[in-house]
Ligand binder design. Structure first.
Ligand code: ATP
Ligand code: MG
Length: 417
């Protein structure tokens, strides 16, 4: 397989002011095209250091993608650095010049003289037209290696890559890679590792890789083949083999989220939900309403923060507040029953607990959350401790709302795909 290296140019990236999203995008695209990305570099706006980065990249990679520093200003030096590295003179390209002038004319803006710097192209290089901005991309092929320069503005970079670079590279690549992502909830990364260890240790095509985050695990199944269809078939075969072991944790695929799956499956079956939240402060209903189509699923979301509100709005009894307290299974259950009765929804979920960093009690540590889900003929309630000693309030709220979504799906019998 051909080796690809990505260089992101921009002092703002080194200073941490801008996140290098271009590199992630290009890594993903190159992987799908069947290139191996072994290295990435970040380099400031400095001609000498850009040359040094390019030199290092070409010593170990077949194809180098560079983004950023193609603009018109004095600190945009990528074009100059590459031309001088290859000892190619920069020449004005008439058609690029006309395009840039037209770009400004159409917008009725006077063009600064230095914009024409963007029409300077290394002799013999291929121009990758930019119909989305001013700086064109540039492709240089020399001594069996390829260097492709792309603008830094993410929108322009993506468009030029998609329309000018990808079609050609897909002809040049020998393999196709396909990744199928399975979304798992309710299982740890190490348990996935354990269950699938024989495939993980011995499999090379497809490969299995679990990634954990936000209380969930993404299992990436990646196959390479001569055609995309063949690679997809290999992924599907692997999926069939492993599903008996992990299927009960698998709620979705690709970039699906718990809330998307909930809205999709509940609306398909005309089911409705209501939420009663204390420590999550509306995050559960916010996550549901962020999904298009939520209006046919969510009937009511109550954020009942004080004891008074839990009592008056949701009907939690004085007795429970006195004997069990707000952090209790009994209280969570009453909250869920209350909001279900208020709304007439098929299912209701309630959350009450301690998001921290203060508020721990003798009985309950920070991160302790009581969750209840109530349906027509079912009631489930539990005590969970989310996060660890350094988890933020935000993380605990996120983990608690995810668990509530998973419980709603499970109680409605609609968790698995
Ligand atoms: P321009 O014509 O706008 O000057 P350029 O090719 O010179 O384009 P830069 O000046 O390096 O690109 O960056 C333009 C914008 O794109 C800046 O706002 C910068 O923060 C952003 N940008 C540059 N590189 C990246 C990157 N790797 N990831 C995300 N954003 C980036
Ligand atoms: Mg710049």
């Amino acid at each position: 397989m051909k080796i690809c290296e990505i260089i992101s140019v921009g002092t703002e990236l080194l200073l941490g002011d801008v996140t290098d999203s271009n590199a992630s995008y290009l890594s993903q695209k190159m992987k799908e095209l069947g290139f191996c990305v072994y290295f990435r570099q970040t380099c400031g706006d400095n001609e000498e250091r850009i040359r040094a980065s390019l030199s290092l990249a070409l010593s170990r990679s077949d194809l180098v993608l560079i983004t950023g520093g193609l603009g018109p200003t004095y600190d945009d030096l990528t074009r100059e650095a590459c031309a001088s590295y290859f000892h190619l003179p920069l020449e004005p390209d008439r058609s690029v010049m006309e395009k840039i002038s037209a770009f400004f004319q159409r917008r009725g803006i006077e063009m600064a003289k230095n914009n024409l710097r963007q029409a300077m192209i290394p002799q013999g290089a291929l121009v990758l037209d930019n119909d989305w901005g001013t700086a064109p991309g540039i492709r240089i092929d020399k001594d069996g290696k390829t260097v492709i320069l792309l603008p830094g503005v993410p929108r322009e970079m993506k468009a030029i890559f998609e329309y000018r670079v990808l079609p050609q590279l897909s002809l040049e690549s020998e393999f196709r890679l396909k990744t199928k992502v399975l979304k798992l909830y309710g299982i740890s990364e190490s348990r996935v590792d354990e269950l699938l260890s024989s495939w993980m240790r011995n499999g090379t095509n497809p490969t299995l890789a679990p990634y954990a985050g936000n209380g969930e695990v993404e299992l990436h199944v990646t196959a390479s083949a001569n055609t995309p269809d063949e690679a997809e078939k290999k992924c599907a075969e692997m999926e069939r083999e492993i599903l008996p072991l992990i299927g009960k944790y698998c709620y979705g695929e690709g970039d699906e989220t718990l809330e998307e799956v909930l809205v999709k499956r509940f609306s398909q079956d005309f089911l409705t939900v209501a939420t009663a939240e204390s420590c999550t402060g509306g995050m559960l209903s916010q996550r549901i309403t962020a999904v298009p189509g939520a209006s046919s699923v969510l009937k009511l979301g109550v954020c009942a923060y004080t004891e008074e509100a839990k009592k008056r709005v949701l009907g939690v009894s004085d007795q429970i507040l006195k004997d069990d307290g707000v952090y209790s299974e009994a209280c969570a259950l009453e909250m869920a029953r209350g909001v279900r009765a208020l709304s007439g929804a098929d299912y209701a979920a309630a959350v009450t607990g301690i998001a921290g960093p203060v508020g721990a009690t003798e009985k309950d540590p920070v991160g302790c959350v009581y969750l209840a889900v109530v349906g027509e003929n079912r009631e489930r309630v539990g005590r969970f401790v989310f996060g660890h000693s350094h988890s933020s309030r935000e993380q605990i709220r996120q983990l608690a709302s995810s668990k509530a979504l998973a419980m709603l799906l499970e109680e409605a019998g609609r968790f698995c795909r």
